[in-house]
Design a protein around this ligand. Structure first.
Ligand code: LFR
Length: 486
């Protein structure tokens, strides 16, 4: 069975073709296109948008290139959305979650709905860009809106004409009641968001519809089913974590963001989870993704971009080799600090963070990249340990999936920092999870997550890293500036 998986990431979007059969799972990249924010001016300042029509056009071209497929599924980053009017037309261009329009909005909302209450209902970590805060920042514009569609649901709507909200992504909005498994409509209304905006929920594996007749004709694909997958990319990636049943594993979905946590059957909504700022997002088959967002390879990508805009471009492989040779743990920064969220000059921000904590800023490119990768591994260590502490579940191994699994230095340092073996791969976890959920919906013999994960283990290349050394505890103490001489 051949299926098309549309996987949209913050740096690029892809259309992949996956082939699934007994003991078989192959993935082929059909089309890749750049993605990223587009900043445009307005009367009160500029706004960072997504080029959603460009993504739609590329997706269609990719579906054309994919040839004969039995289904298509779409996953993307979470939280961002388009608003539709009563005629189903898009109102404005979707805004990028890294835009500054939500600055101060969380504090404003907390005056009406305290953070503790929000967490007790939605189980979501506080991130300034949660859909709730983005919608509140729309102000009067909401009056013209009839429906809010998250990005994969918006693209699915354009393909089929069917309006809905896939559950895993809905769970990232901070407008979803994680225990009742419904929209938190009352909470939305109290925040000033009309509950009519929230579309009917749908499950991963549900058929959204078939291609609209005109598209079907253009693409030469009559009756092509569009299937809801774990449309939150992290949900698809976690479904593809090749864990063996019954093992105590943590996962790290390592891409632009790093999502670090455990898979649970029930949300954890207690004070410890709130204090550690963990989230309870919904996974495929009703699992709970108990995790925290760690800033991720974004800081490295932005560093390379900064160098390139200064006319000093660097190859990723070259700077990673230099980083591998640089002294370990010479300087570390707290990558979860808010200053690393917006686009900008990361080398300068890292140098400032080092100075603030009494450390000497890195002096070469290799040392700077080493600082980023060391800091990322350190953030993984903190998140894995906290997840274990808060849930009382031990962690015996870490599965690292996504683009970061290609980064040998990062995988090695993660094993060192976490003190447990790291199994790296698959790199294309989100696309594989997308394909497997579609395959099951269309009748493949993959009854549960365990069967999907077994197929990944049997077919995908994985690498194992055993922990080495390094004084990670001391490095962690340096993050807070401990040891700074006044
Ligand atoms: C990863 C991801 C994260 C989400 C962030 C913003 O691609 O989907 O899970 O917190 O992007 O949407």
């Amino acid at each position: 069975m051949r299926l098309a998986a549309v996987d949209l990431g913050a740096t690029s979007g892809r259309v992949m073709a996956g082939t699934v059969g007994p003991g078989r799972l192959d993935l082929e990249e059909v089309r890749r296109f750049p993605n990223g924010g587009v900043r445009v001016a307005g009367a009160t300042g500029s706004t960072l948008h997504w080029d959603v029509l460009g993504l739609y056009r590329e997706m269609l071209a990719g579906l054309g290139d994919a040839g004969a497929v039995a289904g298509v599924g779409i996953d993307s980053w979470a939280v961002d959305y388009g608003l539709l009017d009563a005629d189903g037309r898009l109102l404005g261009n979707p805004v990028h979650y890294r835009d500054s329009r939500t600055a101060g909005v969380a504090e404003f909302v907390h005056r009406t709905i305290p953070a503790r209450e929000l967490f007790a209902v939605t189980g979501l970590q506080e991130l300034p860009f949660n859909t709730l805060y983005q919608l509140v920042s729309e102000g009067d514009r909401l009056a013209a809106a009839e429906k809010m569609l998250l990005i994969p649901d918006l693209l699915g709507y354009w393909l089929t004409g069917s309006v809905g909200a896939e559950r895993t992504n809905a769970s990232t909005t901070q407008l979803y009641d994680v225990r009742e498994r419904t929209w938190a409509g009352d909470l939305a209304e109290r925040a000033g968001i009309p509950a009519r905006l929230l579309p009917p929920l749908r499950e991963p594996g549900e058929r959204i519809g078939t291609l609209l007749p005109q598209l079907a004709e253009e693409l030469g694909k009559p009756q092509l089913p569009v299937i809801a997958v774990g449309s939150h990319d992290t949900a698809s990636a976690v479904a593809a974590v090749p864990a063996e049943p019954g093992t105590n594993f943590a996962y790290i979905s390592s891409g632009t963001w790093s999502l670090v946590g455990l898979e649970l059957d029930e949300p954890r909504l207690g004070a410890a989870a709130l204090a550690a700022n963990f989230t309870n997002e919904t996974g495929v088959d009703g699992k709970i993704r108990f995790l925290r967002n760690v800033m991720g390879l974004w800081v490295l990508t932005e560093t390379l971009r900064t160098w390139a805009t200064r006319g000093e471009p660097a190859e990723l492989a070259t700077v990673l080799a230099e980083a591998a040779a640089a002294p370990p743990l010479a300087a570390v920064v707290d990558l979860d600090a808010p200053e690393f969220l917006p686009p900008g000059d990361m080398p300068a921000r890292i140098a400032a963070a080092c100075r603030r904590t009494g450390q000497r800023p890195p002096e070469s490119r290799g040392a700077l990249v080493r600082c980023i990768v060391d800091s990322l591994a350190l953030a993984y260590r903190r998140a894995v340990r906290q997840a274990a502490q808060v849930t009382g579940r031990p962690v015996d191994a870490v599965h690292l999936v996504g683009g970061g699994a290609r980064n040998d230095l990062l995988c090695r340092l993660t094993a060192d920092a976490c003190g447990v073996p790291v199994l790296a791969g698959p790199v294309e976890a989100a696309a594989l999870g997308n394909v497997l959920v579609q395959a099951r919906a269309l009748g493949a013999d993959l009854p549960d997550l365990a069967a999907m994960r077994r197929l990944i283990r049997e077919t995908q290349p994985l690498r194992r890293y055993v922990p080495g050394g390094g004084n990670w505890a001391a490095a962690e103490a340096r993050l807070s500036g401990a040891g700074v001489v006044a």
